[in-house]
Write a protein that binds this ligand. Structure first.
Ligand code: UN1
Length: 497
């Protein structure tokens, strides 16, 4: 057990306590006796200080050439590589994910850094002919200003990197508000940013709750943009406040992702995909597979195999290399999953395995829940409609491919989706007809890569796409520039030919 980390805010290049002097604790969800960190319980006063620093530093940071800004982003990637193991084990202790996945989370941050480091030498605009002679027309990307990044606990490194790195390359200054469950990961990440040479005030860290820090950032007139990942309920509140205060807002919210398995699928492959998609990260991904839509011809066989494999999954601390499934992140998440299991019973579904907080040696002091399979689920039931964010998967039987697509689309969310079929026609129909931001053919719903757009439709998002070159559209404004070198007043749209 390592000594607890004493985290601080990072404002204008200085590590500081909250002005209130108060703090909160971060504990290991696999063993709540282990204190992982303490962190400042910040409020509006700390947010004000961070906004002042970010606004002041914006005037110089926006003028640093983008290739120079991206050299710093490259060094952040190197810093993440150098501290990967340390960060991964800290992450596993702080929010519970198994070590291999924690390494993957850091790796996603590294990949993101090297991708956006290259973007500093592109940031392409367009040149296009003018309708008038001796006149030049072009577009260029301009930074937006001060951006607030409000991030969740399930990807404590990858998601802040998805947001911060393109935002920095575009020339914005930032205030990072990590989820209150992961202050230690956020602190190490901030140390890496500072060591890479991000100037004081350009990247600020303010710890605390959504109610205090998140809302102070969202309604602050010194903030130009909010990039939020979290629940659809909170996202709707964030969007409403940003609407009233004229901010750009990018929202990445819930999912109720489904994997379809057709009767022509490679069943062993579909089984591996389902296990990984449903129970990887203890189901705590916004891309997690929470519905399995199974063709009736293969359902019995597939379900029997899935059940056998699920029963073999080993629960435990994420640090233990023998663990397949770690704990839920906190007591509130455990209560949420328990609530949905009660609801499932009221709705009359069959619990094939799991269904309870897990008992057993080494699990007594953690938020463990048994990997759970619900059978006999109907598409309209609340367990099939609402995001659970835990190791629970619902089986829905269908009679045809058309019905499978209709069931998949019967959701207010639309993030990720997967179809297992060996029929190329069905694969292409699925790509066309599925209502989701991401569709996998013969792969699970989780595992998006950083150089492609990430985001969803319907209540999952508000039209933006993180990652890839599309993230640049969140963090920059287009400026259109006309240069008239005729020496005369030329009037566009006036018929002077
Ligand atoms: C999330 O759960 O919010 O596609 C992000 C994936 C990961 C990212 C998930 N690369 O599953």
């Amino acid at each position: 057990m390592s000594a607890p980390l004493s985290c601080q805010n990072y404002i204008d290049g200085q590590w500081k306590s909250a002005q209130s002097g108060e703090s909160f604790e971060s504990r290991n969800p696999a063993d709540w006796n282990e204190l992982v960190a303490t962190a400042p319980k910040s409020d509006r006063a700390d947010v004000d200080a961070a906004v002042t620093a970010a606004r002041r530093s914006y005037s110089s940071w926006r003028l640093v050439p983008a290739p120079v800004r991206s050299e710093i982003v490259h060094r952040i990637g190197e810093g993440l590589q150098a501290r990967k193991e340390e960060l991964a084990s800290l992450m596993s202790r702080e929010m519970g994910k198994v070590l291999v996945e924690a390494r993957g989370d850091v790796q996603e941050g590294i990949d993101c850094a090297f991708y956006y480091a290259g973007e500093g030498r592109r940031l392409f605009g367009q040149t296009t002919p003018s309708e008038l002679g001796n006149k030049f027309a072009m577009t260029m990307r301009m930074p937006i200003g001060v951006a607030a990044l409000i991030t969740p606990w399930n990807f404590p490194v990858a998601i802040p990197c998805w947001k911060a790195l393109p935002a920095l390359v575009c020339g914005n200054t930032l205030i990072f508000k990590p989820a209150k469950d992961v202050p230690a990961c956020a602190t190490i990440l901030t140390e890496i940013f500072a060591a890479a040479g991000v100037p004081p005030g350009v990247f600020n860290l303010v710890h605390g709750t959504g109610q205090k820090v998140g809302s102070a950032l969202t309604d602050h007139f010194g903030i130009d943009l909010v990039s939020f990942t979290g629940s659809s309920k909170t996202g709707a509140e964030v969007a409403a406040i940003c609407g009233r205060t004229h901010k750009r807002v990018s929202l990445e919210m819930g999912g109720k992702n489904a994997q379809i398995v057709m009767e022509d699928a490679n069943l062993d492959l579909a089984l591996e995909g389902a296990l990984w998609g449903a129970f990887g990260t203890t189901g705590q991904r916004c891309t997690a597979t929470s519905r399995l839509i199974l063709h009736r011809d293969i359902k019995a066989d597939f379900t029997a195999k899935l059940l056998a494999q699920t029963r073999k999954l080993r629960l435990g601390s994420g640090i233990d290399p023998n663990t397949d499934v770690g704990p839920l992140v906190n007591a509130a998440q455990l209560d949420r999953v328990k609530y949905y299991l009660e609801l499932a019973q009221e709705e009359g579904v069959t619990i094939l395995t799991g269904g309870h907080p897990a008992q057993g040696e080494g699990l007594e002091q953690g938020y463990f829940f048994e990997p759970t399979i619900l059978d006999g689920v109907k598409s309209e039931m609340r367990v099939a409609q609402e995001e659970i964010f835990g190791p629970v998967v619902s089986l829905i039987e269908v009679d045809s491919f058309e019905e499978a697509i209709a069931v998949l689309n019967n959701s207010c969310y639309g993030l990720s989706s997967a179809v297992y079929t060996q029929n190329v026609n069905r694969a292409f129909q699925a790509m066309r007809d599925i209502e989701a931001g991401i569709t996998y053919i013969n792969g699970p719903t989780i595992g998006a890569e950083v150089h492609l757009p990430f985001g969803g439709v319907k209540a999952t998002g508000n039209g933006h796409r993180e990652a890839g070159s599309t993230a640049l559209d969140i963090f920059s404004n287009w400026k259109t520039v006309y240069v008239d070198f005729s020496g005369q007043l030329q009037r566009a749209q006036i018929d002077n030919r």
